[in-house]
Design a protein around this ligand. Structure first.
Ligand code: UDH
Length: 288
């Protein structure tokens, strides 16, 4: 006879408190290099124990106040993606965020549209969780100080303030490119980002103008904490500088109410959940 054991144990309830405002395990300046060759599989092995399917994480030691969707506009930058995942997941974990990583992949080989992909990310990520904060990051930018918090602030935030390629300075004062964060309310107040900046250039300045025209200003970390390394690369195919884009910037105030989250049209082609990220392929109706 097989002895029966009583497997019912008293439910142990562990009450978690809120995470502290300043995450206790941050280390400050980090070593970052892009010479080490890494494969996606190696990075998966490194990180999979701590992540949930779809590139999700939340702290087990406390309840995070910051539910953040990290949105990456993407096409054909797989090598950069591997570096980004290798460095960012541990940083975001130390920052005690409740977060998910969403790669918004432009389908086809039409002209690239960074800002439209970020709008798609804003809409699509809310189907996965009740995100209140959105961090928009280029795939080739890795912060070299983990005190640069990937969360939202009472003003729209520009995070990539001191990039190596700009000599660890802002290229100009109103620069809002690279990495930024906006709360849902801040984002809605500016009608999201423009959908009409095809090809390289201008869209980040348009976003900055939207913020100002809606009576907000931006916040930034200081230039020590806000340091970044960029993976060096050649200009991408189908993302040439578009000479029409700079001219559009003179009209942002009148176009921003018609061109944004309220006029966004796209089709999701495919969603793939990896342990490191959720990969969403979208048709943005790109001109050739
Ligand atoms: N992106 C892609 N694929 C593309 C184009 C852009 O994934 O084909 C994404 C990616 O997240 C990238 C971001 O969009 O980090 C911004 O891309 P960008 O080309 O506008 O900006 P970046 O600063 O390069 O990366 C500018 C051209 C650099 C030419 C350098 C020549 N030395």
């Amino acid at each position: 006879e097989i002895p029966t054991t009583d497997v019912s144990t008293a439910a142990s309830t562990v009450v978690l408190g809120a995470c502290p405002d300043t995450p206790p395990k941050l280390v400050g300046p980090l070593q970052v290099d892009f010479f080490t060759r890494r494969t996606l599989d190696e990075v998966r092995k490194e990180l999979k124990g701590s992540l949930q399917e779809g590139g999700r994480y939340k702290p087990t030691e406390c309840i995070s106040k910051h539910k953040v969707a990290i949105i990456i506009p993407f096409r054909n930058r797989y090598e950069h993606l591997v570096h980004w995942l290798h460095y960012l997941h541990p940083i975001l974990r130390r920052q005690q965020l409740d977060y998910g990583v969403y790669v918004i992949n432009q389908d086809g080989d039409g002209i690239f549209n960074r800002a439209k992909l970020m709008n798609v990310g804003f809409v699509e990520t809310q189907k996965y969780d009740s995100y209140e904060c959105f961090v928009f990051s280029d795939i080739d930018l890795v912060p070299i100080d983990d005190r640069n918090l990937y969360r939202c602030f009472d003003k729209p935030r520009h995070l990539a303030v001191a990039m190596d390629k700009f000599n660890f300075q802002l290229p100009y004062n109103t620069y809002f490119g690279g990495v930024s964060s906006l709360s849902k309310a801040q984002y809605m107040r500016i009608n999201g980002f423009p959908n009409t900046y095809w090809g390289w250039g201008g869209e980040d300045d348009d976003i900055y103008k939207r913020i100002v025209f809606r009576g907000m200003s931006i916040s930034r970390p200081d230039s020590v904490i806000g340091k970044y390394k960029m993976v060096k690369h050649k200009r991408d195919l189908h993302n040439e500088p578009n000479p029409k884009n700079p001219d559009k910037l003179g009209h942002t105030q009148s176009t921003m109410d018609q061109d944004g989250i309220n006029s966004l049209k796209y089709t999701v082609k495919k969603v793939e959940k990896d342990v490191l990220y959720t990969f969403i392929t979208v048709d943005v109706d790109a001109p050739k």
